[in-house]
Design a protein around this ligand. Structure first.
Ligand SMILES: Nc1ncnc2c1ncn2[C@@H]1O[C@H](COP(=O)(O)OP(=O)(O)O)[C@@H](O)[C@H]1O
Ligand SMILES: [Mg+2]
Length: 289
């Protein structure tokens, strides 16, 4: 299942196409289902045994498609309704991180049309509460950029968060069935890990294992495994973090359906522990059996 109606549709098509090709290589009887309003009919017509969910963003990574599959009684890969919906909401996620003593940048959540607070210290990060792929995210450096950033974030959601900016190395930790994979350090070509850096070949570099202290490395893996448990993830999850100059590890967010495109992070981390793309896909399928 791929495509869908979210603003990450194109990325989902890339992930889904890569997964489809892997299945074809493995001679698995497979069909691609683009998730539109007729998805339930399509699923019934194709008489599928299991659904591989390769969707990102709204209606795919937020628990809604998982809920529909539960109702239809179709086994599906990866995280369930709770893990997806809790992770998709950055405000709820951050509250859970705090409760579990996981360091996360300070933030304030704002609803559309609410009065904006005065920002005392720049830069500050503005992002939609429920989005992915850095869509709608701005690192605001001065007052004059603030309202445009807020407008951009509200294009994608009715709520946004205003978050403390953390300067440091960007890392991500994938978790496979509860176990953290090697930590990846991300070096974007541009200023931060924006949409282009994420998906255009050559626009970011992945360093495995990340060039951080042993202490930060362990903390990052522990955080990721803890988040996998607390959010009740299944099969896979990927936690985005930043390590600052004081060696503190800050958690930004949890992703329940990490990208599977050629520039994606999960396939790279899995490769480092011996999974080629096809074996990773099969490993994920186990969660639906
Ligand atoms: N608090 C922050 N401090 C510094 N950079 C940030 C912060 N929040 C987000 N970013 C940058 O924006 C990117 C996207 O933010 P993230 O919270 O991971 O949302 P998304 O769901 O869009 O991936 C991050 O990978 C990072 O490069
Ligand atoms: Mg992210």
């Amino acid at each position: 299942m791929y495509g869908g109606r979210s603003s990450e549709r194109d990325i989902s098509i890339a992930s889904g196409t890569a997964v489809l090709n892997a299945f074809k290589k493995l001679s698995v009887n497979v069909c691609g289902i683009d998730v539109d309003r007729n998805v339930a009919e399509k699923i019934k017509k194709e008489k599928i045994d299991i659904a591989y969910v390769a969707l990102h963003g709204r209606f795919g990574e937020d628990g809604t498609i998982q809920g529909m599959l539960e109702i239809l009684g179709v086994p599906y890969t990866g995280c369930g309704v709770f893990a997806c919906s809790a992770s998709m909401n950055k405000d709820t996620s951050k509250k859970l991180f705090q409760y579990e003593n996981i360091l996360t940048p300070e933030w304030k959540t704002l609803k559309k049309f609410e009065v904006l607070p005065e920002v005392k210290k720049y830069p500050v990060v503005v992002k939609p509460v429920s989005q992915g792929s850095t869509i709608g995210v701005t690192i605001v450096k001065k007052t004059s950029q603030f309202t445009d950033a807020v407008r951009e974030a509200f294009k994608y959601d009715k709520e946004m968060i205003l978050e403390q900016f953390i300067r440091g190395k960007e890392i991500t930790v994938n978790v496979l069935y509860g176990n953290a994979l090697p930590v990846i350090e991300i070096v974007p070509k541009g200023e931060f890990y924006d949409f282009k850096s994420k998906y255009q070949e050559g626009c970011s570099k992945h360093i495995i294992p990340a060039g951080i202290s042993n202490k930060a490395y362990k903390t990052a893996q522990n955080y990721a495994e803890k988040i996998y448990k607390v959010f009740k993830c299944k099969a896979i999850s990927r936690v985005d973090m930043i390590v600052d100059n004081g060696d503190n590890v800050w958690v930004l967010e949890n992703n329940t359906i990490p990208g599977m495109t050629i520039t994606s992070l999960l396939p790279d981390a899995a490769k480092a522990v011996g999974y080629d793309f096809e074996s990773l896909v099969l490993k994920i399928v186990e969660s639906a059996l």
